[in-house]
Design a binder for this molecule. Structure first.
Ligand code: XAF
Length: 240
């Protein structure tokens, strides 16, 4: 995979996205608006427009007990699970298997009235990262999804408007070992999840409608996806 045409871009985008995900909301500077809160989940967005289109950057943080960062990334990355948790997905195709940790997807999603239906073509890369803050702590895991091109699937040919997205899911496992030296169980672990996304709708879509959809869909997605991972892993050995 190191010789693949995408490799240089993947390297630079992953570094950039992970650095961005690691930057706390306070450090990001002004303009972040908390727009959803549910238990441990906090969702922030910044209202930004490009050519009159809302491309609001989003940053969500969530802490989920009982699962690890490797497990969260495994279920987010794997195509075999996506129809189970991605409720707005209409069609998903793996166009290319670059390597066992890098895939190219083409997805069409349910239409957001009154805008046209959207499709998205992106590479998806999963990677374990060394834990720089705590050398003997558990590693971080990340999945980065970044829009790309594919000669056989040029944008805006059929009925779908091609959207452009950059997504980073960064996960940090936390282990609180049991006092009495007993073996680790899922009661002793939790995962801090940071989900960042910037979506350019690619063509006309009313900012007010998009913002209403984002406000509804993002919290629903993160809650549903994390509940799915908890449910899929609860009777399985812990995957660190
Ligand atoms: C979670 C969410 C947020 C904002 C909008 C919507 C939504 N509602 N109806 C249609 C969509 C929609 C349209 C186009 C898209 F590309 C994605 C899309 C969203 C997330 C991702 S991902 O990379 O985070 C997970 C992989 O599917 C990819 C595409 C979602 N869903």
């Amino acid at each position: 995979a190191c010789q693949h045409r995408l490799w240089p871009e993947i390297e630079s985008v992953v570094k950039q996205q992970v650095a961005w995900a690691r930057t706390g909301i306070g450090e990001c500077g002004q303009g972040w608006q908390l727009f959803a809160e549910d238990g441990e989940m906090r969702m922030y967005r910044r209202e930004e427009e490009v050519d009159g289109m809302a491309v609001d950057p989003l940053k969500a943080v969530h802490t989920v007990p009982g699962i690890t960062g490797h497990e969260v990334c495994h279920y987010f990355f794997g195509p075999q699970y996506r129809y189970d948790w991605e409720t707005t997905l209409e069609q998903m195709t793996v166009l290319e298997t670059v390597s066992d940790d890098t895939l190219v997807f083409l997805q069409t999603h349910k239409r957001i009235w009154p805008a046209s239906q959207r499709d998205v073509l992106f590479w998806s890369h999963m990677r374990k990262l060394p834990n720089e803050n705590d050398r003997d702590g558990p590693d971080l895991w990340t999945v980065v999804n970044n829009s790309t091109t594919h000669l056989d699937y040029p944008p805006n040919v059929g009925k779908c408007v091609r959207i452009y997205l950059k997504v980073c899911l960064l996960c940090q496992t936390r282990v609180d070992p049991p006092k009495d030296g007993a073996p680790l169980t899922r009661d002793n672990i939790s995962c801090k999840i940071t989900y960042c996304s910037v979506v350019n709708p690619g063509g006309w879509a009313p900012a007010s409608v998009l913002r209403a959809v984002y406000k509804r869909e993002y919290p629903k997605f993160l809650k549903r996806f994390t509940a799915y991972v908890v449910n899929q892993t609860k009777n399985k050995p812990i995957m660190f």
